[in-house]
Design a protein around this ligand. Structure first.
Ligand SMILES: Nc1ncnc2c1ncn2[C@@H]1O[C@H](COP(=O)(O)OP(=O)(O)OP(=O)(O)O)[C@@H](O)[C@H]1O
Ligand SMILES: [Mg+2]
Length: 369
């Protein structure tokens, strides 16, 4: 996969940008707050239809502007494609693939595959279950628009059910809840199955990568921890969910939220059999996060048959030499976008085919090194 050109208008601190990129390594360098992450975010936005930093699209529009634009020309194994996002204050964003407006954002999934590395990746290991669910959801969504739709519908039904639970007027009867219970169980069982499948695949790949990074000293495994326990078949999970939703309904009404379902699930990351979140050293946690992200690259390659675009936001300063080299090794046949405040640390690494761009106050200029 290859991004050939990026256009921005009134997006973050960019008034207007039209730039072509190199096939290999694109390094964005510059002082803090100049717009480096903004470029990576724009690429991520075209891949997933949302920012990795915010869920509020209006924040992406340049201050005091009524609307903004992000456009990408890319090559994937389908040929030449374009993705465009049009943002307007007070309106939903519009997404276009090859100039045709998408009726649903899900139509965007898979056109452009990215894997983002950022200093916040550590929260994948250390953070809340929500962050690990988000990681899985984004990964599966990029590879399956059907999953993305199921997840969207699940979240909508969950919100509706919670609204009924919170209804102080007590207008609900168990009859209304029953409709939501059925829908939630149907969608929730599909989500659980897919997430478990993805976790198992990731676990196998991450195990091998981690073994290599730790010189065969550490064994990484990832397990999906489902609210539905060890049930694996969609039908069994459906039955379990229906039963628990009905059983817990009085408690749910008292609390005003739904206590059963994949919105409560988590993934457990273990090194040599111990939970890294609780027992891992800082270095082990960092390495586990890196192994997981590197597995994402391998997975996209396997499922899509082509390499994803890598977005490396200020990660090199966080990694020791050995891990820097491993990351570079993993990027071999990927187009990369890397942000850093100084290119000095990169000079020691073995990166080939590099173009450096200097980012100054919402402008990007190619720079010779
Ligand atoms: N909607 C917006 N309109 C205009 N400017 C914005 C908007 N949102 C963010 N900015 C500004 O854009 C600038 C660039 O932010 P960005 O995060 O891309 O910087 P960066 O180069 O990655 O910096 P760092 O090295 O600190 O990570 C910041 O000064 C930020 O305040
Ligand atoms: Mg930044």
């Amino acid at each position: 996969m290859l991004i050939e050109r990026l256009k921005l208008n009134n997006y973050r601190n960019y008034e207007s940008l039209d730039i072509k990129f190199n096939k290999g390594f694109n390094v964005l360098t510059g002082d803090n707050a100049q717009g480096k992450t903004g470029v990576l975010e724009a690429i991520f936005l075209c891949a997933l239809g949302r920012s990795h930093r915010t869920s509020r699209d209006s924040e992406l529009i340049r201050y005091n502007c009524a609307g903004g634009y992000v456009g990408i020309n890319l090559k994937n194994n389908q040929g030449d494609e374009s993705v465009e996002i049009k943002l307007r204050i007070g309106e939903n964003k519009k997404v276009f693939v090859n100039k045709i407006e998408c009726k649903k954002i899900g139509e965007l999934m898979g056109v452009l595959n990215t894997v983002m590395f950022s200093p916040e990746d550590l929260s994948l290991v250390k953070g809340s279950p929500q962050e690990r669910r988000r990681f899985l959801d984004m990964e599966i969504s990029q590879l399956s628009s059907e999953y993305f739709y199921t997840l969207q519908r699940y979240n909508k039904v969950l919100k509706q059910r919670n609204a009924v639970l919170k209804d102080d007027e007590n207008m609900y009867g168990k009859g209304v809840l029953a409709i939501y219970d059925e829908q939630l169980s149907r969608l929730g069982s599909k989500i659980t199955v897919k997430r478990r499948e993805m976790t198992d695949t990731l676990s196998t790949v991450a195990h091998d990568i981690h073994k290599m990074i730790s010189s065969s000293k550490e064994f990484l495994e990832i397990q999906y921890k489902a609210d539905a326990g060890s049930f694996e078949k969609e039908d069994d999970i459906f039955d379990y969910m229906m039963e628990s939703l009905i059983k817990n309904s009085s408690e749910d009404i008292r609390r005003g939220h739904t206590s059963t379902g994949p919105h409560r699930d988590d993934i457990i990351i273990k090194i040599n059999g111990n939970d890294v979140r609780t027992y891992g050293s800082q270095g082990q946690q960092r390495t586990a996060a890196l192994s997981l992200k590197l597995s994402e690259i391998a997975l996209v390659r396997k499922i899509k048959g082509e390499s994803p675009i890598l977005l490396l936001d200020d990660v090199f300063s966080e990694l020791d030499d050995e891990r820097q080299n491993l990351l570079i090794e993993a990027t071999r046949d990927c187009q990369c976008f890397l942000s850093c405040t100084s290119i000095n640390s990169l000079k020691q690494t073995q990166i080939e085919n590099v173009t450096v761009y200097e980012c100054i106050n919402g402008t990007l200029k190619q720079k010779s090194i």
